[in-house]
Design a protein around this ligand. Structure first.
Ligand SMILES: Nc1ncnc2c1ncn2[C@@H]1O[C@H](COP(=O)(O)OP(=O)(O)OP(=O)(O)O)[C@@H](O)[C@H]1O
Length: 356
């Protein structure tokens, strides 16, 4: 491996994040489009490029997941956006401006950066960790305090309860949420996340993923998210860029399109033989046309001896299929938020929706 020194993968806090205007948190920064334009990275001494002619556009406010096997150039592609490593060819533009024309410090202040090894400062309280960037930016105490409280609230760790604790006094998932709060401190329009939830146990991971998606609904940053896990990519991404060895883009599509029509054998193998099932996770029961309560149940349960199982409308078709198999029924009832039965769904309807 070559000896090029890339800067350490320090979290956003160490470099700072952005330039919220004088109004600070009250006027969230607009998300910005990110364009990779035939981007190349050759590490000195390496036989082949780590990233080769990568071109893709991440629309403002979307979450693009870079997905691929180990060594396919995901982290390299990500670190070129905030110039932790410099591209050898091509260009990256954020909001229409080439990153080459931006001062590196200014650039990093406009980008939140979250990594797997959260990188909280162990000797600083949670509040002080989140305040790192505002302090670097010279915000006054009142504004910093208000922003820290706002952000810790946003990630579900109220400052009154958690602000004075130290990182070691938080669970892994809570620490990761602090890492996200810190990356958001100065309201950057762009977030880079490198396997941010990779170190969490599966249950915590799922919860933090859900929390981040809910947060993203509110803050609408443009996010580039590195993962090697197809399930995570399908869940988190509005678009997925599948990279193969050598940093070649194999496919760039929505999760639905990727699962329905993998571009080639490599992508098909990578997304897995159960891609049909994975697609079912993307469709909610409420998205289907439901039969009137009772009508299909009759057909599915000729003896009418049992009540059909039920699921809420926001459950996925995969959960529905799983429940029908476990329960041995050919249909289930779909309930609304108030628990009222909205209608029924049959196995056949699930099958048809999955094949559509
Ligand atoms: N600083 C470096 N110097 C030389 N080669 C490097 C350097 N960093 C990465 N590489 C090489 O570039 C290629 C892409 O590495 P990169 O870390 O971007 O891949 P990745 O897809 O993120 O992998 P992983 O999923 O294992 O983190 C690999 O072959 C790697 O060995």
């Amino acid at each position: 491996m070559s000896q090029e020194t890339t800067e350490p993968r320090s979290p956003a806090g160490a470099h700072g994040s952005p330039a919220a205007g004088p109004a600070g948190a009250r006027e969230p920064a607009e998300a910005q489009e990110i364009v990779f334009d035939r981007v190349v990275k050759n590490y000195p001494g390496a036989g082949a490029p780590a990233v080769d002619e990568l071109s893709l556009t991440v629309p403002a406010g979307e979450i693009c997941v870079l997905l691929g096997p180990s060594g396919s150039g995901k982290t390299t592609a990500l670190m070129m956006v905030n110039r932790l490593t410099e591209p050898t060819g091509g260009d990256i533009r954020i909001g229409g401006r080439s990153i080459r024309d931006m001062d590196r410090i200014e650039l990093r202040r406009s980008i939140g950066y979250v990594i797997q090894q959260v990188g909280l400062f162990p000797h600083l309280s949670i509040a002080d960790n989140v305040a790192t960037v505002p302090k670097v930016l010279g915000w006054d105490r009142g504004r910093t305090k208000q922003r820290v409280a706002e952000l810790l609230d946003l990630v579900g760790l109220p400052v009154a309860e958690y602000g004075r604790r130290y990182p070691a006094q938080l669970s892994g998932g809570q620490q990761q949420r602090v890492g996200i709060a810190r990356a958001l401190a100065a309201d950057p329009p762009v977030m880079l996340m490198d396997e941010p939830f990779g170190a969490l146990d599966p249950i915590t991971r799922e919860r933090v993923q859900d929390e981040f998606l809910a947060l993203h609904e509110r803050i609408r940053k443009t996010v580039i998210f590195v993962s090697h896990d197809i399930d995570e990519a399908v869940k988190m991404g509005t678009r997925i860029a599948v990279l193969r060895e050598g940093g070649h883009l194999a496919q760039y599509d929505t999760p639905q399109a990727l699962l329905k029509e993998p571009a080639d054998e490599f992508v098909a193998r990578f997304v897995g033989a159960d891609r049909g099932l994975k697609r079912l996770t993307l469709i909610r029961l409420a998205d289907l046309e439901l039969s009137a309560p009772g009508a299909e149940a009759q057909e599915a349960e000729p003896h009418g001896a049992r009540t059909l199982p039920s699921l809420p409308g926001d459950a996925s078709l995969r959960s529905a299929l799983s429940l029908m198999i476990a329960d041995g029924t050919g249909a289930l009832r779909v309930t609304g938020p108030d628990g009222r039965v909205l209608g029924t769904v049959t196995l056949d309807a699930v099958r048809k929706a999955g094949a559509a």
